[in-house]
Design a protein around this ligand. Structure first.
Ligand SMILES: Nc1ncnc2c1ncn2[C@@H]1O[C@H](COP(=O)(O)OP(=O)(O)OP(=O)(O)O)[C@@H](O)[C@H]1O
Length: 258
């Protein structure tokens, strides 16, 4: 379970594309072993924040720390090493269509370890079994469902035993049942692996199901409004925008009809 110790610390982070400012002065911590959700309305900067956390985009200002070590200012070698501790699952799973599931999961192992082909196959099978895909090693992505592709993407993200896993929009494109199964899997992996999850989603059902804590990014003010447990925020937030989002607008004044 989550400890109070921060896995990630973000300090005074400004995010921008050129002159276009996305968010100002983000400050928050992600605790070890928790599921931390990045939430907010469309276009508020959720994916942009994820890209900052995994080093795809450099901050306009501010710093990101992992286990107390400065990721933003780290030199290339140190950064590369830190990156190997991250597992990333992109929307849709982002699997190579010409490779089987075992080959997809084995790809990072071939690149970053000295394991033999046989060992790689064994680790890939094990990772696939962790996400409920035992027996699907030799299937191609086109032969399995969207939900299974996302699970295979998660297995690939876990290939190098990362201690922090990033997941971009796990529910996107999934029916409610598959989405629920994926949520259950995230919680199961949090508990069994003790991994820290950072998840981008705007699906309320998922947010309430998986998030130990969440950050709300406000597109209007371009600041974070709050970091807390989402149920607590829904019922007690001082910010109307946060309550409105988490209540799907049901606290909004009724619109006169007719
Ligand atoms: N490469 C880019 N260049 C310039 N602007 C960008 C770029 N990528 C995103 N933006 C803009 O930055 C803002 C934040 O985008 P981002 O994709 O991070 O939002 P989001 O909260 O993930 O959105 P959604 O929920 O719709 O996926 C948006 O206004 C978007 O148009």
């Amino acid at each position: 379970m989550a400890s109070e110790e921060p896995k990630i610390r973000v300090e005074h982070l400004d995010m921008a594309y050129g002159n276009f400012v996305v968010m100002n002065d983000l400050n928050f911590e992600v605790r070890k072993g928790e599921v931390f959700v990045i939430m907010g309305g469309s276009g508020c900067g959720k994916s942009t924040l994820l890209k900052h956390l995994i080093g795809i985009i450099e901050p306009a200002k501010g710093e990101i720390y992992y286990d107390g070590e400065n990721f933003t200012q780290a030199d290339d070698d140190v950064k590369k090493k830190m990156l190997q501790g991250f597992g990333v699952t992109y929307q849709g799973g982002a699997l190579w269509s010409s490779m089987t599931l075992a080959e997809n999961v084995g790809l990072p192992l071939g690149e970053f370890t000295t394991l033999s082909q046989k060992e790689i196959r064994e680790v890939a099978s094990y990772k696939l079994s962790l996400v409920g895909l035992r027996g699907f090693e030799d299937f191609y992505p086109a032969e399995i469902s969207g939900g299974m592709c996302k699970r295979a993407g998660l297995a690939r993200a876990m290939a190098l035993d990362p201690d922090v896993l990033f997941f971009d929009e796990p529910s996107a494109g999934l029916d409610p049942i598959s989405s629920r199964l994926l949520d259950d899997l995230i919680l199961e992996l949090r508990d069994s692996l003790g991994a820290t999850f950072v998840v981008v989603t705007h699906e309320l059902a998922s947010i309430f199901a998986i998030a130990d804590r969440a950050i709300f990014l406000d597109a209007k003010t371009r600041y974070q409004l709050e970091v807390d447990n989402p149920l607590k925020m829904r019922d007690h937030s001082d910010f109307e925008a946060v309550r409105t989002f988490l209540l799907r607008g049901e606290n909004a004044a009724p619109v006169a009809v007719g």
